[in-house]
Design a protein around this ligand. Structure first.
Ligand code: 13P
Length: 265
């Protein structure tokens, strides 16, 4: 493990997507919080459906293990006539300090553009949330050697509205190759590492462009998502630039999510 990695925490995050009713979400929350030792590492975050967020955050109060709660999306405006949307401020007031932004399902099913994702990242930071900016290439983009180009574009647009070094330092990046999401096909640890390393070098340049030190990029968490499971978690986490996992399917059951958290210690 490299020295720089030792300076970073490991983050295990569960994206529950559009699964779990309120009752089920609370049940899973209790199972996770009671199954985790109160140790500082790994950092753990859960992203329930928005309708369960406040209740989940409330249920976690007093949990021996600190578990951050987040929303799966927000609107980029502070408030307004946007039926069906939720704002960063609402997430924060509901007890959620984090938010996933630019998830590939938002980009490819709901048509979210790079520009919209960038506005959301800026909005989230202004509201005091920790944004998890998701990037990742589709299969045809990988097959035509455009992976780095695609993730660079998404990263650049995602942080375009962040001019402040301290704010940039609060952004978490999630690399989620679209072809690995929900398919059971995981990127190999070396495929993941290659892209994470590329993203970190892009971040170095981004910090410098904002008159910060390139070293700040060594502190940014870059986590991997795409069919992460108990049996591949440890090997992915061994890579020097893979700082955690964003787990979909395997986060919906406490036993598999807890196993992944244990693999991260
Ligand atoms: P799976 O773990 O189900 O592949 O989902 C990954 C994901 O999209 C997490 O955000």
């Amino acid at each position: 493990m490299s020295t720089s990695k030792e300076r970073r925490s490991v983050l295990i995050a569960g994206n529950w997507k559009m699964y779990k009713s309120l009752g089920e979400a609370l049940e899973l929350t209790v199972e996770i919080s009671s199954g985790l030792p109160p140790s500082a590492e790994p950092l753990v975050a859960i992203f329930p459906p928005a309708i369960a967020l406040a209740a989940v955050a409330e249920r976690l109060q007093g949990s021996p293990k600190i578990i951050a709660v987040g929303a799966q999306n927000i609107h980029f405006e502070k408030e307004g006539a946007f039926t069906g949307e939720i704002s960063a401020e609402m997430v924060s007031a509901a007890g959620g300090p984090m938010v996933l932004l630019g998830h590939s399902e938002r980009r490819h099913i709901f048509g979210e553009t790079d520009e919209a994702v960038g506005k959301k990242v800026a909005r989230a930071l202004a509201a005091g949330l920790t944004p998890v900016l998701c990037v990742g290439e589709k299969l045809d983009e990988r097959e035509t050697n455009r992976t780095n180009q695609v993730v660079s574009r998404q990263l650049e647009a995602g942080i375009a509205g962040v001019s402040d070094v301290a704010q940039l330092g609060r952004v978490v990046i999630a690399y989620e190759p679209v072809w690995a999401i929900g398919t059971g096909k995981t990127a190999s640890p070396s495929q993941g590492q290659e892209v994470h390393k590329h993203l970190r070098s892009e971040l170095r340049a981004a910090f410098v462009a904002r008159h910060g030190s390139a070293d700040r990029a060594e502190r940014t968490l870059i986590i991997y998502g795409g069919s992460a499971k108990p049996d591949n978690a440890a090997e992915l986490l061994q890579e020097p630039d893979i700082d955690g996992l964003l787990v979909g399917g395997a986060s919906l059951k406490s036993d598999s999510f807890l196993k992944i958290c244990r693999a991260a210690t």
